[in-house]
Structure formats: structure tokens, C-alpha cells
Write a protein that binds this ligand. Structure first.
Ligand code: ZN
Length: 75
């Protein structure tokens, strides 16, 4: 649910360019809206981000430090 709230407030998947958290990777493309880099957020893989495309073993049900930093930056 928190992941979906992340989308509702405007966040894309952390790994939108590779979908490396999923069994089948790929690029989600522009999704009609593009993506804006949030200053201070990681540019590489963030395996514990709640906004990964697919939930994995490292993903928790809370926003990680980088997710929270992005929320504070935007809001
Ligand atoms: Zn999602």
C-alpha cells in the first residue's frame, strides 16, 4: 500500500530504467510523463527502496532512507 501511495504522490519506480528488481527486466520508458531526477537520490540501484518495480527479498514495507529523503525534497 505504501508503494502505491508513493505513486500517488508522483514517484516512479526507483529502477524504472532497468526493472532490475523483477525477474524480467526492461525499461518502463517515459510512461507519458518522463522522469525528473530528485537531487540527492541515488542514481544507481537502491535494492531496499520501497519504490522498486517488484518487491524482493530486500524490500521492506516502509520507505527507506533514500525514499524519505526524496519525499522531503519534493514535499
Ligand atoms: Zn509500482
Amino acid at each position: 500500500m505504501a508503494h502505491e501511495i508513493g505513486h500517488a504522490i508522483g514517484f516512479r519506480h526507483t529502477d524504472f530504467a532497468t526493472r532490475e528488481s523483477c525477474i524480467r527486466g526492461g525499461n518502463e520508458g517515459q510512461a507519458g510523463v518522463g522522469a525528473i531526477y530528485i537531487d540527492g537520490s541515488p542514481t544507481g540501484a537502491d535494492t531496499t527502496s520501497l519504490m522498486q518495480a517488484c518487491a524482493g527479498g530486500n524490500t521492506t514495507s516502509i520507505f527507506n532512507r533514500n525514499d524519505r529523503r526524496a519525499i522531503r525534497k519534493v514535499y
